[in-house]
Design a protein around this ligand. Structure first.
Ligand SMILES: [Zn+2]
Length: 643
C-alpha cells in the first residue's frame, strides 16, 4: 500500500484525500411534517418521557431462507438483551406493538415525499411496493420496519458537477433509545412509526468537507418545502466512508452536519491505519490461518490487585480471564483514530456484545498507563507461558459475559489480519467513532404481505408538481443577478416568502434589495422585540408589499405595518395610514420645536435626530421621514425667529 501517514485534521489537503482514495456518501433520514404516523392514525411529533405501561421483549434470531443466521441477528442474540418499551397511551396504539395490521399508507406523508423526490430530479416509481426491512436491535418492536422505495436516479448540483441521488424511500421511524446498560436496553415508543424519508446519495464526495457541504444542499432542499420537521433528531445522517483497499463503513445517526468532516476524517484514518496494521501483521507472519491465541482463567492468580476495576471484580466474585495474543506485542497501542488505538476496537466489541458496559472493561500489556503491578504481569506471563513477543489482555465479569468477551477479543484481533470488518459505527462527540454492530446481510428486505401495492397516478404527480417550490439553487442564481446581499441569498432561497419575493419584484416592481430586507431582515427584528414571527404569513407579507409598491405606504412604515398585522393576526386595509396634509405636518413640526425648547441640555450634533424622533413618533406612516428631514433646517430658523 501507499506510504502515507495521516496528518492532523487541519493539515490534510485535497491531494492527501486523493492519495488514500477517500470516498463518502450520505443516507439522510428526514422526518416529514404530518399530523399522523405513517401506517396508523396515532399523532406524530408528540414527544414525552411519561409512560403508562412497559413491555418486555427478548430478541431471538430466526434462520434465513437459506438456512443461515444473519451476522447482525447472531450478534444481537449473543448480547442476550432484555428490551423494555415505555408506552404512552396518547402516542401509541396496538399497530406499533404488532397486535393489529397496518392502516393504508398516510397519503399526506406520501404527498410530501413525492414532492421532495421531484425536487431531487428523481424518477418516481409507477407503483409503490411496501417492504419489510429487518431490525433486530429492538428499536422496532415488530423486528422490521415498513419501507418503500419511491424515487430513483436523481441529482443535486454540487460545485462544478452533480452528486447522484441513488434512491429515496418513505419509511417508519424507530424508537428513541433511553438507556443501554448491561443486559437492559430501554426505548421510548412515541417516535415509532412517524413518517420519514431516506435519501441515499452516491459515494461522490471526495473530501470530508465535501461530505458536509453535500449534506447542506440536501438540508436546504427539504427545508425549502416547509413540510419537514425541524429540531433535534428530526434529521439524522448515516455517512458512508471508504478508502482504497478499505471497506464501505457506515457511521450511523450523525445528528449534526457540522460533525461530518471530523467524523469522516477519523473513519478514513481508521481504515487506513487498520490496513497498515494488517501489513505489519503479515510482516510478522500473522495471517488468518497462522493467527494464534490462548486464554486462561486467572481469577485465583490475582488475590489482591490495587487496580480499582480488578479490585472490585475480585470483591464481587467475578471471573477474570487472560487472553494471550501470540506475536502481537505493541500492536494494541497501534493508532487507529485521533487519540484512539487498536485496543479500542476490541474493547468496543466487548462492551457491545458481551455487555460489559463499565469502562475500562479490559486492560492489556501494551498499555503505558498503570494498571496492575509489573510483578502481577510477570506472574500471569509465567502462568500462561507468554513471552515478550506476545500481548496479554485481561477481562473480567460474570462467568457468561467473560466467556463471550474472550471469544470477541479473539474474533476481533484475528480480523485484523484480514482487513476491515464490515460493521456499522456510531458517531462519538469527540469526532471519533465506535463499534455499533455487525453489518446486516444484504437479504434483510422482504415483501410486506399486509399491504397492497399502490399506484402512483400522473394526475397526482402533476398536482404535486404545480404546488412545488422552485429548486432553491435556481432561485439563488436569480438573486445574485439581482444584487441581493450574500448573507440574505441563502435564507431567502428557502424562505416561505420566496414566492412573495418573486411576485413583489416581477409583478409590482418593488426594489429587490428592499423586498429582501422586508422579507428576511424585518421578521428577525420583530423576533428580537418578542413577536412570534411564525404567525407572519405570506398573505400579510404580500399585502403589505403590494400596498407599498402602489406608494400608499412609506417605506419606513412597513415594519409598523408588520407589527400591526401580527397583533391583529391578519392584514386589513385599516392598517394603511391616511397621509397627512401639510397643515398637520406643520403643526407637528412646531410642537416638536416647542418640546425641544423645554429640554435643558441638547448636544448640538444630536438636535436633528431628537427632532426626527419626536416628529416621526407622532407621524409615522402618515408622512415619509424624508419630508420631515427636508423641513429640519428652515423650520428651525422659523422657530428661532418667531421666538
Ligand atoms: Zn398507532
Amino acid at each position: 500500500m501507499k506510504n502515507f501517514i495521516f496528518k492532523p485534521f487541519e493539515e490534510m489537503t485535497e491531494e492527501d484525500y486523493e492519495t488514500v482514495g477517500f470516498k463518502s456518501g450520505l443516507e439522510i433520514h428526514q422526518q416529514l411534517l404530518t399530523e399522523k404516523k405513517l401506517f396508523c392514525r396515532c399523532p406524530a411529533g408528540r414527544y414525552s418521557d411519561d409512560y403508562d405501561a412497559e413491555i418486555l421483549r427478548h430478541m431471538r434470531p430466526t434462520l434465513s431462507e437459506l438456512g443461515e443466521y444473519d451476522g447482525t441477528a447472531l450478534m444481537e442474540f449473543k448480547t442476550k438483551k432484555e428490551i423494555i418499551y415505555h408506552i404512552n397511551r396518547n402516542t401509541v396504539c396496538t399497530y406499533e406493538m404488532d397486535d393489529t395490521p397496518p392502516f393504508l399508507i398516510n397519503e399526506d406523508a406520501l404527498d410530501i415525499a413525492l414532492g421532495i423526490g421531484m425536487l431531487y430530479n428523481c424518477n418516481i416509481v409507477d407503483e409503490l411496493h411496501i417492504a419489510r426491512k429487518q431490525y433486530l436491535d429492538g428499536s422496532i418492536p415488530t423486528g422490521f420496519q415498513r419501507t418503500a422505495i419511491y424515487a430513483l436516479d436523481g441529482w443535486i448540483p454540487f460545485k462544478d458537477r452533480k452528486v447522484k441521488i441513488v434512491q429515496m424511500s418513505i419509511e417508519e421511524d424507530s424508537c428513541r433509545e433511553v438507556s443501554d446498560i448491561g443486559h437492559n436496553r430501554v426505548y421510548l415508543t412515541d417516535r415509532l412509526g412517524m413518517p420519514l424519508i431516506e435519501t441515499v446519495t452516491g459515494p461522490d464526495m471526495k473530501t470530508p468537507q465535501e461530505a458536509a457541504e453535500a449534506g447542506w444542499v440536501c438540508a436546504k432542499l427539504v427545508r425549502s418545502t416547509h413540510k419537514v420537521r425541524r429540531g433535534i433528531g428530526a434529521a439524522r445522517q448515516d455517512v458512508n466512508v471508504s478508502v482504497d483497499g478499505g471497506t464501505r463503513i457506515e457511521i450511523k445517526g450523525v445528528p449534526r452536519l457540522t460533525m461530518i468532516p471530523l467524523l469522516t476524517y477519523n473513519e478514513a484514518m481508521r481504515q487506513w491505519n487498520l490496513l497498515r496494521l494488517r501489513e505489519e501483521l503479515h510482516k510478522r507472519g500473522i495471517t488468518k490461518e497462522t493467527f494464534k491465541s490462548e486464554d486462561y482463567d486467572i481469577t485465583s492468580l490475582l488475590k489482591k490487585p490495587h487496580y480499582i476495576p480488578l479490585k472490585n471484580a475480585v470483591e464481587n466474585n467475578m471471573k477474570i480471564r487472560c487472553v494471550v495474543l501470540k506475536y502481537f506485542a505493541g500492536l494494541l497501542s497501534w493508532k487507529t483514530q485521533t487519540d484512539t488505538y487498536f485496543s479500542k476496537e476490541i474493547s468496543d466489541r466487548v462492551r457491545v456484545i458481551a455487555c460489559l458496559t463499565t469502562i475500562p472493561n479490559l486492560i492489556h500489556s501494551d498499555s503505558k498507563t498503570d494498571t496492575i503491578t509489573s510483578s502481577d504481569w510477570q506472574k500471569i506471563k509465567k502462568y500462561s507461558g507468554a513471552n515478550d513477543n506476545d500481548t496479554l489482555v485481561i477481562v473480567w465479569g460474570s462467568e457468561d459475559d467473560v466467556q463471550t468477551a474472550v471469544r470477541e477479543i479473539i474474533i476481533r484481533t484475528k480480523e485484523a489480519a484480514t482487513g476491515i470488518p464490515s460493521e456499522t459505527r456510531q458517531a462519538l462527540s469527540d469526532g471519533t467513532n465506535g463499534f455499533e454492530r455487525i453489518l446486516p446481510g444484504a437479504d434483510r428486505m422482504y415483501p410486506d404481505t399486509d399491504l397492497p401495492p399502490k399506484k402512483i397516478k400522473d394526475e397526482w404527480l402533476n398536482k404535486i408538481k404545480s404546488r412545488l417550490p422552485e429548486q432553491f439553487w435556481n432561485r439563488q442564481e436569480w438573486y445574485r443577478k439581482l444584487g441581493i446581499p450574500d448573507d440574505t441569498v441563502d435564507e431567502l432561497s428557502i424562505s416561505k416568502f420566496a414566492e412573495v419575493f418573486k411576485k413583489a419584484v416581477t409583478n409590482w416592481k418593488v426594489n429587490p434589495v428592499a423586498a429582501a430586507v422586508v422579507l428576511i431582515q424585518f421578521p428577525k427584528r420583530l423576533k428580537k422585540n418578542g413577536y412570534d414571527i411564525n404567525l407572519l404569513d405570506e398573505n400579510m407579507m404580500s399585502s403589505i408589499l403590494e400596498v407599498y409598491s402602489k406608494n400608499k405606504m412609506p417605506a419606513d412604515y412597513i415594519l409598523t405595518a408588520l407589527k400591526n398585522s401580527l397583533e391583529l393576526g391578519m392584514f386589513v386595509d385599516e392598517i394603511i395610514p391616511v397621509p397627512s396634509n401639510e397643515k398637520e405636518i406643520e403643526k407637528e413640526i412646531e410642537n416638536a420645536w416647542k418640546e425641544m425648547d423645554k429640554m435643558e441640555f441638547i448636544k448640538q450634533e444630536n438636535t436633528k435626530s431628537i427632532f426626527m424622533g419626536i416628529v416621526m413618533n407622532k407621524m409615522r406612516g402618515k408622512v415619509s421621514a424624508k419630508i420631515i428631514s427636508e423641513n429640519f433646517e428652515h423650520s428651525r430658523k422659523e422657530f428661532k425667529n418667531a421666538k
